[in-house]
Design a protein around this ligand. Structure first.
Ligand SMILES: CC(C)(COP(=O)(O)OP(=O)(O)OC[C@H]1O[C@@H](n2cnc3c(N)ncnc32)[C@H](O)[C@@H]1OP(=O)(O)O)[C@@H](O)C(=O)NCCC(=O)NCCS
Length: 179
């Protein structure tokens, strides 16, 4: 199990943010190593990981290896696993969202937006000036999602995740408390 400031949230979502009558409460639960394989198999089956042929075993190792600098959580909606979040903190004067994977039935309903709002709030509470994330260059939906939330492209990282694929490093800066 991994736990740190970014792993024990109980994210209360405004019901109006959620589509299709989804419940208004999402919870972050620390990811247990025993759950890593099942989660990894679900993640590698979806884009962008499926496109790059990302190996399930590598993701199991990533999710299950203890790392004191990382908080890995399962996103639960009404007790059902809706995805996985991994946050590295501290990173470059702020947290690095190193994995955000919501399973298809939970996408496009405002959950990612709520998670980014939670992450930014936690970062601000710790005096962070930056939020960081990477997305594959071909992952237009994710890039649009992060840019719509104020992230700007900071660098292109060739082959970071898989040979032949660029990752885009995005930065939200400066973080400012909302009025
Ligand atoms: C990318 C990702 C994290 C975004 O999270 P999400 O919960 O799907 O995002 P949101 O629902 O908050 O916003 C996404 C879209 O849904 C729309 N949306 C938001 N609330 C909505 C609602 N209540 N009803 C319908 N649509 C809604 C938004 O307008 C947005 O559309 P746009 O991107 O075309 O502008 C998620 O889709 C995901 O995990 N995708 C697969 C893995 C991935 O690409 N991860 C990121 C890079 S590693």
């Amino acid at each position: 199990m991994t736990s740190s400031p970014f792993s024990t949230g109980c994210i209360e979502l405004d019901a109006s943010q959620l589509g299709g009558g989804r419940p208004a409460l999402a919870r972050l639960v620390p990811l247990e190593a025993s759950a890593a394989r099942g989660l990894a198999l679900s993640i590698v089956a979806m884009e962008p990981w499926s496109v790059m042929g990302y190996p399930a075993d590598a993701l199991v190792t990533f999710l299950a290896t203890p790392d004191g600098g990382v908080s890995r959580s399962v996103v639960e909606v009404q007790g059902v696993a809706a995805g996985v979040v991994s946050v590295r903190y501290p990173w470059l004067k702020g947290p690095y969202l190193e994995l955000l994977a919501l399973f298809p039935p939970f996408q496009n309903q405002g959950l990612g937006t709520a998670l980014l709002a939670w992450l930014e709030g936690e970062a601000l509470a710790r005096g962070a000036r930056n939020l960081w994330v990477c997305a594959s260059a071909f992952n237009a939906a994710a890039l649009r999602f992060y840019e719509r939330h104020g992230f700007k492209r900071a660098a292109v990282l060739p082959g970071l995740v898989a040979d032949g694929y660029d990752e885009i490093l995005l930065r939200k800066f400066p973080l400012e408390p909302s009025a």
